[in-house]
Write a protein that binds this ligand. Structure first.
Ligand SMILES: [Zn+2]
Length: 479
C-alpha cells in the first residue's frame, strides 16, 4: 500500500483532501444535488468559499431528519448542465461522443441501492453508481488487506441477503481481493443448521458475520460437535462488538479447534457507503481502531451538544463528508455515533499506516433513556454502558433488559427486568454477579432477574426475525 491515503503525513493528507473536496463541491455536490444546492444558496455560501476541509464548519450539519426526500441527495445533472460541463471534452473527442456518454453513464447512473434499517424511522435509500461500486470494492480490498486475509483463504459471508451495506461490503471485499467468498444469506435463508452444514463442508479460513448471529452459530455448531479447525479470522460487522463478545467468540473457537483465531471488528453505516476496519494487531495486542480512508471521505469529531469540533483524541460524535461519491451523497452528516477516544492521525502502531483512525468504543448518542425508578425520578441511564457491563459479565450467555411500568400503569414507576441465560455456573451465582455489576456502575439494580433457556431467549430477542437482536426492549405503555 503506497497510496497517499495510507502513507502521507497528516499535512499532506489534508492537501489532498482539500483538493478533492473543492472539486467535489464545485463540480458535483452543489450544482447537481437539490438539497445541497439549496443549502448553499439559502445560507449565502458559494462553493468557492470552501477551500479546505477546515472551511466545512461554515456548512450546517445534515442529519437523518433531513432525508424527507432522499432523491434530493442524489447527484442528478440536468442535460443542459452536462452539455455545458462536458462541452470542451465533447469537442476534443474527434472519434465521436459515445465513449464520453458511456463514461458519464458509468459515473452517474444509479445501479445499486442499499438502505438504512432503523426501526423507528422510515428506511432511507442510498444509491450507488458504477463509480461508487468501484469505491466499495476498493474499500473492501483494503478491508481484506488490513485484516491480512490471504487471497487463498476461503471466506464465508453470513450477512443476511438484504439491501444493506454490510452484505454488499462483504461481497465486494471478496471480488476486490480476488478471493473465494461464499455468501449464505445468514439464518433467514437456510437456517442456523444450514449455515453449520456449509461451514462443516467448506472448512473456511474466515467467517464474516454479525456478532450475535456468529455467537449463536458457533454455539450451535459446538453443541452439534462440529470442529472448525481452519478458522483464522472472524470479521464482525453490522453492530458494535463489546469486549465481552470478543472473549466469548474466542473461547468458542478454541473449543472448536481454532485457538488462534483473530477477531476483527468493522464499522460502517449506510450513509458512509463503505465500512472501515481494524488492522490485525501484532502479537495479540489490542486493536488500534478503525482505519478511515481519507481519499474517500472526511471525518470530523464534534461535541454533540455544541456542534463544535473537538481536538484529536477527544470523545465526540462522528460526522462524515463524502469526497468523491456519486449517487446519494452527504456533507457533514451527523451519524449519532459517539467515538469514545476520538480520532487520531498518529501512525498505526501495528500496520504503520498514517490514515486517520477512530479509537475506542462506539456508542449511540441517543442511547440514553430516561427512567423513573422508584424514588429516582427522571434518572438518565446510559444503556450503552449497561450493555457493555452485561456483555462483560462472566458466566452470562445472553441477556435482554426489559423496561416496564409497575402493573402496566403508565403513571406508575418504571421497573427493570433482566432476562438471562447462564453460560456456565449456577443461576444464584450469576444473579448475584448481575446485581453486583449493576450497583457498581449504575444508581440502581434490576427489579427482577429471570432465567431462560437459549431457545426462549432467542424468541425474546427475535433472533432470525429482527435484523438486529433486541437487547433492550422498552415495553412501557405510552402515557
Ligand atoms: Zn493499523
Amino acid at each position: 500500500m503506497t497510496a497517499w491515503w495510507a502513507t502521507a503525513s497528516p499535512e499532506n493528507q489534508q492537501t489532498h483532501q482539500d483538493a478533492l473536496l473543492k472539486r467535489f463541491l464545485r463540480t458535483r455536490a452543489v450544482p447537481f444535488t437539490k438539497f445541497y444546492g439549496k443549502m448553499f444558496s439559502e445560507n449565502g455560501i458559494d462553493p468557492r468559499d470552501i477551500r479546505s476541509t477546515d472551511d466545512l464548519v461554515k456548512l450546517p450539519f445534515t442529519s437523518k431528519a433531513d432525508f424527507a426526500n432522499p432523491r434530493d441527495f442524489v447527484i442528478i445533472p440536468d442535460e443542459a448542465a452536462v452539455k455545458k460541463e462536458w462541452r470542451t471534452l465533447l469537442r476534443a473527442l474527434t472519434s465521436g461522443s459515445s465513449a464520453t456518454k458511456d463514461a458519464l453513464e458509468r459515473e452517474l447512473r444509479p445501479i445499486l441501492l442499499t438502505s438504512t434499517t432503523g426501526r423507528s424511522a422510515e428506511p432511507v435509500p442510498f444509491l450507488y453508481t458504477s463509480h461508487d461500486i468501484a469505491r466499495l470494492e476498493e474499500g473492501g480490498r483494503r478491508l481484506m488487506q488490513l485484516c491480512q486475509s490471504d487471497p487463498a483463504f476461503k471466506h464465508v459471508n453470513t450477512f443476511p441477503f438484504a439491501p444493506h451495506l454490510a452484505f454488499w461490503q462483504a461481497h465486494y471485499a471478496g471480488t476486490g481481493h480476488n478471493t473465494f467468498m461464499l455468501s449464505t444469506g445468514g439464518g433467514k435463508t437456510i437456517g442456523t443448521e444450514g449455515n453449520i452444514r456449509i461451514i462443516n463442508k467448506i472448512d473456511p479460513d474466515a467467517i464474516i458475520a454479525m456478532p450475535t448471529f456468529l455467537y449463536h452459530l458457533l454455539q450451535e455448531g459446538n453443541e452439534a460437535g462440529s470442529q472448525w479447525k481452519n478458522l483464522k479470522r472472524l470479521v464482525l460487522g453490522g453492530e458494535k462488538v463489546p469486549a465481552g463478545m470478543r472473549r466469548k467468540l474466542k473461547e468458542l473457537c478454541a473449543q472448536m479447534g481454532s485457538p488462534d483465531v483473530a477477531i476483527m471488528s468493522t464499522y460502517g453505516f449506510t450513509e458512509a457507503k463503505l465500512s472501515f476496519t481494524e488492522c490485525l494487531p501484532t502479537n495479540g495486542d489490542q486493536p488500534s481502531g478503525f482505519h478511515v480512508y481519507p481519499d474517500m471521505c472526511f471525518i470530523e469529531i464534534i461535541d454533540p451538544e455544541s456542534g463544535d469540533r473537538v481536538p484529536d483524541g477527544t470523545t465526540g460524535e462522528i460526522v462524515l463528508t463524502h469526497l468523491d461519491s456519486r449517487g446519494t451523497i452527504v456533507l457533514r452528516y451527523r451519524t449519532g455515533d459517539l467515538i469514545e477516544k476520538g480520532i487520531t492521525r498518529e501512525p498505526c502502531p501495528h500496520c504503520g499506516l498514517t490514515c486517520p483512525r477512530l479509537l475506542g468504543k462506539i456508542s449511540r448518542v441517543s442511547d440514553f433513556k430516561n427512567l423513573a425508578i422508584d424514588k429516582l425520578k427522571g434518572t438518565l441511564v446510559d444503556f450503552n454502558k449497561l450493555e457493555n457491563i452485561l456483555d462483560d459479565t462472566e458466566g452470562l450467555g445472553a441477556w435482554q433488559v426489559e423496561l416496564k411500568k409497575r402493573n402496566d400503569d403508565p403513571l406508575e414507576s418504571d421497573i427493570v427486568l433482566v432476562h438471562a441465560v447462564t453460560m456456565k455456573g449456577d443461576e444464584e451465582t450469576l444473579r448475584e454477579a448481575i446485581h453486583n455489576r449493576f450497583t457498581e456502575s449504575t444508581e440502581f439494580s434490576p427489579n427482577e432477574i429471570l432465567f431462560h433457556t437459549w431457545d426462549e431467549m432467542r424468541k425474546l430477542q427475535g433472533v432470525g426475525k429482527e435484523l438486529k437482536e433486541q437487547k433492550v426492549k422498552d415495553n412501557r405503555p405510552k402515557s
